[in-house]
Design a protein around this ligand. Structure first.
Ligand code: NDP
Ligand code: 2IT
Length: 451
């Protein structure tokens, strides 16, 4: 390996990753982005390489895969597959969400767990990184079927987690309802009431602001980036994708800061509300999605706005774009359109929503671009605060938690600026987040010996 050439360093490292993890394209993508931005730093600091820190960080400490049998309301038996990728515990117990979606596979969980390690490090809270879930599809299932699945899933997962070992939370397809069913089953199996999951209900160990935290945090981060340029969200037209937890609270915070959110989406299509999604319409979205579990086209029918079937929001002109649905939901052509339409900032509420090519388009155009591991870290940060409150057997007020969330997002922004400043003054937030997240984990790994 030519240790002097960052490009060669990246190529050599990636050929090892690809050979060792064949076909895991999302995992390759997440690792490539990190290695590419770290390569110069690695060459300048050869000790990390001598101790094979990157090789260790890209190999999960443990992968658990298991059978999840359950019965539907008609008595039919179903078999799903459960996963937990415990990636890194150098700076704290494993921490990260559970995703229930039919599209998942090991590659997706490994990319999410890998990103989670660096994200959790950026929060400055003591949390390692993990991700898990199942190919179970909660759509069109009764509450009873979801409960039956969650109980079976937790029956196996409970052997591998614990408040000092691994603390899961929600992600796509896992919200308050699912966390409740899983918490109940864990408590029953272990006969203990502990902080084993975050995102719990407010009356039974949850933290105020946890549901809001990812969406709010993403907008706080976008506001920090704009403020640094003497600009702000106020008056800006904002496109948002998704219509779940992260998207809903991103809309709420954009409204709070005086911006105009104009789109939402789901896996069937996009609504474009030229007049803006106001507080009242947002309440309808929350009811539609969280209570009725309906589709976003119903918004278009109710308010008579445009609906683009099977389309994403990125052709809608905007100043700021907040992708809040899923991975690889902005491709290279869509990035071109956003830039051409005058978009000045992209903050990723979702994990890796921009493809590799799209991300490079944003960086090359030198627009403000916040990668998910920095922009959406508010969710896991408030999970960390929920763990603290559980340990102290106290609950902080909404204002206290929100203040801490704002401070954490501001600090992450500072770290990215400090590590990501390029010669021409442009802030490469991808590089900044990767270096800042990496150093703390790497130093902890070195201190703890070859484990
Ligand atoms: P939800 O399940 O609440 O909402 C997901 C939204 O994204 C839905 O509107 C869903 O539409 C849409 N979506 C999901 N998969 C796809 C797909 N393959 N194609 C198109 N649309 C899709 O999840 P969250 O809001 O919690 O998560 C959204 C993103 O934010 C994810 O990337 C997640 O990893 C990330 N994230 C979440 C955090 C949290 O605290 N919840 C923290 C940090 C990041 P449909 O209903 O049609 O499936
Ligand atoms: O991607 C994420 O950071 C999450 N889904 C939240 C994880 C958590 O433990 O709160």
């Amino acid at each position: 390996m030519n240790k002097k050439d960052p490009k060669q360093f990246t190529e050599d490292f990636m050929s090892g990753i690809i050979a060792r993890n064949p076909g895991e394209v999302e995992f390759h993508q997440a690792v490539l982005e990190v290695i590419e931005t770290l390569s110069e730093f690695m060459i300048r600091n050869p000790r990390y390489n001598q101790l094979k820190i990157l090789e260790r960080m890209t190999e999960p400490e443990r992968v658990i895969m298991f059978r999840v049998p359950w019965t539907d309301d008609s008595g039919n038996i179903h078999i799903n597959r459960g996963y937990r990728v415990e990636m890194n515990s150098a700076i704290g117990p494993y921490k990260g969400g559970l995703r229930f979606h039919p599209s998942v596979n090991l590659s997706i969980y490994k990319f999410l767990a890998f990103e989670q390690v660096l994200k959790n490090s950026l929060t400055s809270l003591p949390m390692g990184g993990a991700k898990g879930g199942s190919d179970f599809d909660p759509k069109n299932k009764s509450d009873n079927e979801v409960m039956s699945f969650c109980q079976s899933f937790m029956t196996e997962l409970s052997r591998h987690i614990g408040p000092y070992t691994d603390v899961p939370a929600g992600d796509i397809g896992v919200g308050g309802r699912e966390i409740g069913y899983m918490f109940g089953q864990y408590k029953r199996l272990r006969n203990e009431f502990s902080g084993v999951l975050t995102g719990k209900g407010i009356g039974w160990g949850g933290s105020l602001i946890r549901p809001e935290s990812t969406g709010y945090g993403t907008v706080y981060f976008a506001e920090e980036m704009l403020n640094r340029k003497s600009d702000s969200i106020r008056g800006k037209t904002v496109t948002i994708s998704g219509s779940g937890n992260v998207a809903q609270f991103a809309v709420e915070e954009v409204l709070d800061l005086g911006g105009k959110p104009v789109s939402l989406s789901d896996s069937n299509g996009t609504i474009y509300d030229k007049d803006g999604i106001d507080g009242e319409k947002l309440e309808y979205v929350k009811f539609l999605k969280n209570v009725c579990r309906g589709r976003i086209y119903e918004y278009a029918e109710k308010y008579g706005v445009e609906y683009y079937e099977n389309k994403r929001p990125w052709s809608i002109p905007c100043d700021v774009a907040l992708p809040c649905a899923t991975q690889n939901e902005i491709n290279s052509e869509e990035a071109d359109i956003l830039i051409k339409n005058g978009c000045i900032a992209v903050a990723e509420g979702a994990n890796m929503p921009s493809t590799y090519e799209a991300e490079h388009k944003f960086l090359d155009a030198k627009i403000l671009f916040a990668p998910g591991k920095a922009a959406n870290a508010g969710g896991v940060a408030v999970s960390g605060l929920e763990m603290t409150q559980n340990s102290m057997r106290l609950s902080w007020t909404r204002e206290e938690v929100d203040k801490k969330l704002k401070t954490i997002m501001r600090d992450i922004h500072h770290m990215c600026v400090a590590q990501g400043k390029e010669k021409d003054g442009y802030i490469n937030y991808v590089k900044g987040a990767n270096i800042a997240g990496f150093v703390k984990v790497a130093n902890a790994m070195i201190a703890q010996g070859l484990v």
